[in-house]
Write a protein that binds this ligand. Structure first.
Ligand code: F6P
Length: 192
């Protein structure tokens, strides 16, 4: 049966600093994850073919660099654009834009960052990705938190209200085996 794997990029420098968005590279721990990922995938997949999809951002490209498979970069897989708030911590956003902060808390799926995107926007821009995923053989997506929440919710039938809160931890590979009804899921956590 075919497999779809998802992983967030390894821990980034912005993750360490608690900043959202940006285009930083990996932290030392993130680099360790990137180094362990090829072994985990090949143990799991055996010799079967795989295509790796990343976003166009440094942290996903760097995470996938050591994977010996054909790769494709998709702009549509870039992290949710946080507009004016890009590069800030949640505390800074709460201080500087308290109304925005409250509005997002009120309706996280529909809240659109000023000059940026909402989860609803991201779900729309991911449509072509989902179409391609349905047609392809084995795929590994090295992606971002908000993006993987949307894709995960599509396959696991979560609704809009739950989607922005789904737990997609760092340094974990999620494996989906599509079945006639729904998807079988396994998670592989990498200790670093
Ligand atoms: O903090 C990592 C990150 O991927 C940010 O770049 C992004 O804005 C955020 O997570 C998305 O999570 P949430 O929608 O919960 O703020």
């Amino acid at each position: 049966p075919r497999k779809i794997y998802f992983s967030r990029h390894g821990e980034s420098q912005f993750n360490v600093q608690g900043k959202i968005g940006g285009d930083s590279f990996l932290s030392p721990r993130g680099e360790l994850y990137a180094a362990k990922l090829p072994g985990l995938i090949s143990d799991n997949l055996g010799g079967k073919p795989l295509t790796v999809w990343t976003s166009t951002m440094n942290r996903t490209i760097q995470t996938a660099a050591g994977l010996p498979y054909p790769k494709m970069q998709w702009k549509a897989l870039d992290e949710l654009d946080s507009g004016l708030c890009d590069g800030m911590t949640y505390e800074e956003i709460e201080q500087k834009y308290p109304e925005d902060y409250a509005n997002r808390d009120e309706d996280k799926f529909n809240y659109r960052y000023r000059g940026g995107e909402s989860y609803r926007d991201v779900v729309l821009r991911l449509e072509p990705i989902i179409m391609e995923l349905e047609r392809h053989e084995n795929i590994l997506i090295v992606g971002h938190q908000a993006i993987l929440r949307c894709i995960y919710a599509y396959f696991m039938n979560y609704d809009q209200d739950d989607l922005p809160y789904l737990k997609i931890p760092l340094h974990t590979v999620i494996e989906f085996t599509p079945k006639a009804y729904g998807c079988e899921e396994k998670r592989y956590k990498v200790d670093i």
